[in-house]
Write a protein that binds this ligand. Structure first.
Ligand code: ATP
Ligand code: MG
Length: 726
């Protein structure tokens, strides 16, 4: 097979430019990854280079697997080898071979998040400090900061057997003890993998020379997302032969928030520079949408993609009345296309944040459509969701499994011995665990656990009473507050957990609303929801795929749905608040990445309703307004007031982060619509909340706080444009 015959002229040039420093800058779907795979095959098949001497690195495990797949179709069996991997994957190979020089065994341990927490707890206990989640996370944060900034030489000072601080750990701070523990146990954190590799390459000429000598050719995909250390590693590795081939797209830089340095790619000086402009992935309709969005970025080298692909349907923007309707529409569309022969595996649903998968998952399960979720756990299998549901189940059903799950969540000093005791009483008396504990609470009277166990019994009994008077969401809210779980997610900065439980509460409220005339008992709700938690599909090949946009990088799917496109959620208000214009432009690149995953079908969806994350009404994202009108089919009735609200929300977010309306987006360019300015004390009417009184008004007059009833609970932060002055 002549592998070079199916490349265009520019791509061929890139494949044949095997020597020296070469850079390929190109937009999405222009064949960058294809060039890498073909270049690998060309080196092996046509130039006779041993695959063991070629290093080909990319960003995520999925992308590495995809790359390996593409290469193995082009070369003889066995030639697509281990050196097609992620940067971390490569560093682990270096360490396995050479870390013994630092006194570490080849079998060193790589710590995961749970391991880190366990070690942190041990360290805190040894220092006589409390071991709450909050302190644990703080300690881990300080360890990272110490290694990264305060003490970049931490390896030679603390972690080697001949280090000055290796033997004598007296007077150590908790951070130092953590690192000491790692050293004593030959355990590396994720960031240590890169740091140790750099240390070995820097301090041991024989290591550096071995790898430099071995790696004739080095290629790196998705270079726009490499950080300074990644660049250091590839530059050192290419130190002998100088054959470094880097490929990327500055418009797809989406990891600056995590330290990536796209500017290093843009400013790099190559011997050969190649630009690819023809897109092979998507239809012209999809590409126009992508170009239309990304052209709004001001900090950007303009480049437009073109395609010769056949014309197909326009992209669709669907506006729903609520998130359940949005999910229903997506799944109906899939079912319809499936009926016309599109396999489920052709569909991908992409979202900005993982909590957004909940509504879609629920609908897919209801319609019995198999789906796989990548990079994260199915919504109803996430730890915090299972914990919350286990509390509810303990209240309504009182089963042992739920008891065992929650008795020590959060920690109540109820260890294995106590659990064993409860089990024995339960067995001998034939009663559930919860009743066994409650009836024998005295047995724990002298233990540290006692006050918390009393509080636990009080809570469960109280919630059992509440079932007669309160809604399910109220009960869950009470549990989350009383146990301190909400607070602990907030304190630990586990934003995702917090978002997930808030999403669960939100879905329960919607459930209550839609079942308000029927059976609303907790037990019935739990039965319905258990269908969600037990859904189990094994075969991966025929499933709809769900993932965050970050996970979808470098991949492609015939039909893509991007859901949850509400202003404040995407672009994320939080990112904008933290990083202003840089944040907005990174969000827009993320939108560009999402759109350019699609080959022939693109659906962009969002819904009205209340956004629990941004604590405001939902309006279409500014990105939807940036797409030129003639490029989209709009479905779902959008009132003018919705667009007005969207403009105003984008405008007020821009004002908050100090961006002029002109720079923000085409949609905001018209500026917030004029509205009769509200003042504190004004009486107003809202279509959903009714009549109320204005309590506060923001400086630009766009947002107000209104009290609709008699107490604080009835206060809402709202857009002024949606209120009618009375
Ligand atoms: P991204 O920026 O999203 O990572 P990319 O630039 O790496 O995209 P590829 O994934 O390599 O693009 O290519 C996109 C699609 O176009 C793939 O399906 C690829 O096989 C196809 N393709 C690229 N070049 C050609 C070509 N010359 N002939 C036929 N198909 C091609
Ligand atoms: Mg690619």
């Amino acid at each position: 097979m002549d592998i070079l015959s199916n490349l265009n002229e520019r791509q061929l040039e890139a494949v044949l430019a095997t020597e020296g420093r070469v850079r390929v800058v190109a937009g999405a779907g222009s064949g960058k990854t294809r060039v890498l795979a073909h270049r690998f095959a060309h080196l092996v098949n046509n130039l006779g280079i041993d695959p063991a001497n070629i290093l080909c690195m990319t960003f995520t495990n999925k992308a590495a697997a995809e790359m390996r797949g593409r290469i193995s179709r082009l070369v003889a069996a066995g030639d697509a080898n281990d050196f097609v991997c992620t940067i971390h994957g490569f560093c682990v190979k270096v360490l396995r071979r050479d870390i013994h020089r630092l006194g570490f065994p080849k079998t060193f341990t790589i710590l995961d998040e749970d391991d880190n927490e366990t070690i942190a707890k041990q360290v805190l206990a040894a220092h006589g400090m409390d071991r709450s989640k909050k302190t644990v996370n703080k300690l881990l944060g300080r360890v990272a900061e110490f290694k990264d900034r305060e003490c970049p030489d931490y390896i030679s000072i603390y972690m080697l057997q001949d280090s000055p601080k290796f033997r004598d750990d007296r007077g150590f701070s908790d951070v130092e003890s953590f690192i000491h523990y790692q050293a004593m146990n030959y355990a590396l954190e994720f960031d240590d993998i890169i740091n140790f590799t750099l240390f070995l390459l820097g301090k041991f000429p024989e290591v550096r020379e071995y790898w430099q000598e071995k790696l004739n050719y080095i290629m790196v995909d998705e270079v726009q997302d490499c950080n300074a250390d990644d660049w250091k590693i590839m530059t050192i590795l290419a130190g002998r032969y100088g054959n470094l081939f880097v490929v990327g797209d500055p418009d797809q830089a989406i990891y600056e928030w995590r330290g990536a340095r796209p500017a290093m790619f843009v400013d790099w000086t190559p011997g050969t520079d190649i630009v690819l402009a023809r897109n092979y992935r998507s239809t012209p309709e999809i590409l126009d949408v992508a170009n239309s969005i990304i052209s709004n970025n001001v900090r950007r080298i303009p480049k437009d993609l073109f395609t010769d692909a056949a014309h197909l349907d326009k992209a669709t923007h669907f506006h729903a009345k609520n998130d359940a309707a949005e999910a229903r529409w997506i799944v109906q569309r899939m079912a319809r296309m499936h009926g016309h022969g599109t396999p489920y595996s052709d569909f991908a649903v992409l979202f900005r944040a993982s909590y957004m998968s909940r509504a879609i998952e629920q609908e897919l399960i209801r319609k019995k459509i198999p789906y796989a979720i990548w990079g994260t756990v199915r919504f109803f299998e996430r730890r915090e969701i299972k914990d919350a549901l286990a509390y509810l189940r303990l209240v309504a059903i009182g089963d042992n499994l739920s008891f065992a799950r929650v008795i020590n969540t959060p920690s109540r000093h109820f260890g294995d011995v106590s659990m064993q005791r409860v089990r024995e009483i339960s067995r001998s008396e034939g009663i559930p665990y919860y009743e066994a504990l409650k009836a024998n609470l005295d047995l724990w009277r002298k233990t540290k656990a006692y006050p918390q166990l009393c509080a636990f019994i009080w809570l469960i009994d109280k919630c059992r009473d509440m079932q007669h008077t309160s809604g399910i969401s109220e009960i869950l809210n009470f549990i989350l507050k009383d146990t301190g779980l909400t607070e602990s997610y907030r304190d630990d900065q586990k934003e995702e957990r917090l978002e997930n439980v808030e999403e669960l509460l939100h879905s329960i409220r919607a459930y209550e609303h839609s079942h308000r005339h029927g059976d609303l008992s907790l037990a019935t709700y739990l039965q319905e929801i258990s269908l969600m938690t037990n859904a189990d599909y094994k075969d991966d090949s025929s499933m709809v795929k769900l993932m965050t946009i970050h996970q979808a990088k470098g991949l492609e799917f015939p039909v893509v749905f991007v859901c949850g496109l509400s202003e404040g959620a995407f672009p994320s208000h939080r990112t904008l608040r933290e990083r202003r214009l840089a944040g907005l432009e990174e969000e827009r690149r993320l939108m560009y990445v999402a759109v350019t995953r699609a080959e022939r079908g693109l659906f962009l969806t969002e819904a009205e309703g209340y956004n629990i994350q941004t604590r405001a009404d939902k309006f279409p994202s500014r990105f939807l307004a940036e797409i030129k009108e003639h490029l989209l089919v709009r479905e779902g009735k959008i009132d003018d007031s919705i667009w007005a609200g969207a403009r105003q929300l984008a405008g007020s977010i821009n004002a908050e982060i100090g961006l002029g309306a002109d720079r923000a987006s085409a949609s905001a360019a018209e500026g917030p619509q004029d509205c009769d300015r509200l003042k504190v004390g004004d009486r107003v009417r809202h279509k959903f909340f009714g009549e109320g009184t204005v309590l506060t008004v923001t400086a630009d007059g766009s947002r107000v706080k209104v009290r609709f009833g008699t107490d604080e609970k009835s206060e809402r932060h709202l857009l002024a444009s949606l209120l009618e002055k009375i």
